[in-house]
Design a protein around this ligand. Structure first.
Ligand code: ARG
Length: 464
């Protein structure tokens, strides 16, 4: 165990167990690029403001650049006995360039440094995650486009309710994902302010230029209050809340895929590459990946609760509790990335089985509402029509008939309004085609949805 940078005021070295407990390098090492980027901007600003001389700034910049290179290509390995990544990089810099390295931490504290690094790291990860979300959205829309004529039962209470197309169903998930992307953008826009220069909590006696560093690192501006700057982890919570919502959506989709892939439904078949077998039952083809995504949703919810609880009741400004932010938000980032990465090809390769969907939609009284609408359009008040159709359904159940097969004569015994045309009016195709209201499952609405979401994807891809 080496001497700590803060060792001056202490008579003893930190106990080994305590040191291990206190250290965060095992999980914050992944922010080394962001830490170096922030330090280079900080040094440049110190130079521009006349706080460091040009020579020091040049050797700091060069030294940090070399450290980055060496870490990237593996020539330099991170010393896991360091307290954290910030200390490691500063110590390594000082080892390489001497006193200039010792001057880097002027007008800065680890409190604003770490607040900056996490923001930078999450901003970078958000870009990757956003790309994956768009790819998943594309896969969903691709399934929708291929299934505009695939009629399936829509459910409420998991009971067959009304016929819809598989395209319309998929486009419901497209809307969720579109909102998720909006939420992510929103969270990132609030995250995009630089806390650097807030120092320990109160600012600094040096005449620094915080806007300059903010700009150099691509932030919208510098944060406004130094105490808030080092106390705030709202951006972790917000981002994690976006992820939790996204995972909830993925988990609903995966649950449906699991059901649809079952022998009972057979609405879809997952590709062999995205299913697994059983160690004992030779016939099995299990939707493990979909199940795991559903399962991992709980982790991300847990991460969100960890973050909220960590900050609950925490007095301003920095407290060591806040070191716990990283494992939670990093776990959420990793989990979301992995789940998106497997759900994209799983969705792309998923085969739909329109015949099974159609079969499931037949003979289940799924067109009962349409039969009531038929009567209503011929002048019967909706409530009366509803009652008549209820009686007809009961009669069918008793006679083991369906609405499609019940003879016209029997229909007419319930209401003289029924005519031969009722059969075509309640065909599944008609039921779907006649749902003409905006956002409904009718073909015009579905093609408009496809057109709009396709345009959205195209525009959002240009975002990069
Ligand atoms: N490793 C610390 C963290 O992640 C860095 C900040 C330490 N600041 C301090 N005052 N001890 O939160």
């Amino acid at each position: 165990m080496d001497n700590k940078m803060w060792a001056g005021r202490f008579a003893k070295q930190l106990d080994h167990l305590a040191d291990d407990f206190n250290s965060s390098i095992h999980f914050d090492a992944r922010m080394y690029r962001q830490d170096i980027r922030g330090s280079i901007a900080h040094a440049a600003m110190l130079g521009a403001c006349g706080i460091l001389d040009a020579q020091d700034v040049a050797s700091i910049t060069q030294g940090l650049g070399e450290i980055l290179q060496d870490l990237d290509d593996g020539t330099l390995t991170i010393d896991m006995s360091s307290e954290d990544i910030h200390m490691f990089i500063e110590a390594e810099l000082t080892r390489r360039i001497g006193d200039a390295g010792r001057r880097l931490h002027t007008a800065r504290s680890r409190n604003d440094q770490v607040a900056l690094d996490i923001r930078l790291y999450l901003r970078d990860e958000a870009v990757e995650i956003r790309k994956l979300m768009l790819e998943l959205l594309e896969a969903i829309v691709m399934q929708a486009k291929a299934n505009t004529a695939s009629i399936m039962p829509g459910y409420t209470h998991l009971q067959r309710a009304q016929p819809v197309t598989f395209a319309h169903y998929m486009l419901a998930y497209a809307q969720m994902l579109r909102r998720d992307i909006g939420r992510l953008d929103d969270a990132v826009s609030r995250m995009n302010f630089s806390p650097l220069g807030a120092c320990a909590l109160a600012g600094t006696t040096y005449a620094t230029d915080r806007k300059m560093t903010a700009q150099a690192i691509g932030f919208e501006d510098a944060t406004e209050n130094s105490i808030d700057s080092v106390s705030d982890r709202d951006f972790c919570i917000e981002l994690c809340a976006c992820f939790a919502t996204l995972m909830m959506h993925l988990s609903r989709l995966c649950e449906e895929i699991i059901l649809w892939a079952s022998w009972e439904f057979q609405f879809v078949e997952l590709d062999d590459a995205y299913t697994t077998g059983s160690s004992i039952m030779p016939q099995k083809k299990n939707p493990d990946l979909a199940e795991l995504i559903r399962g991992k949703t709980g982790r991300v919810y847990g991460d969100l609760i960890t973050l909220l609880t960590m900050l609950k009741g925490l007095p301003l400004a920095y407290n060591k509790d806040m070191q716990e932010d990283k494992e939670a938000i990093f776990d959420a980032v990793d989990t979301v990335k992995k789940c998106l990465a497997v759900s994209i090809p799983m969705l792309e390769t998923m085969k739909t089985k329109p015949e099974s969907m159609y079969r499931a939609a037949q003979h289940g009284f799924i067109n009962a509402t349409d039969l009531a609408d038929y009567l209503t359009k011929k002048g019967v008040p909706f409530r009366s029509a509803y009652k008549i159709v209820g009686q007809i359904v009961a009669c069918c159940l008793e006679k083991k008939e369906s609405l499609e097969t019940l003879p016209l004569q029997t229909y007419q015994s319930f209401s003289p309004v029924f005519e031969q045309d009722l059969y075509s009016e309640i065909s599944l195709e008609t039921c779907v085609a006649k749902r003409i209201s905006a956002g409904g499952t009718g073909p015009d609405s579905v093609s408009l949805q496809i057109q709009r979401i396709t345009e959205y994807i195209k525009n959002e891809k240009n975002f990069y």
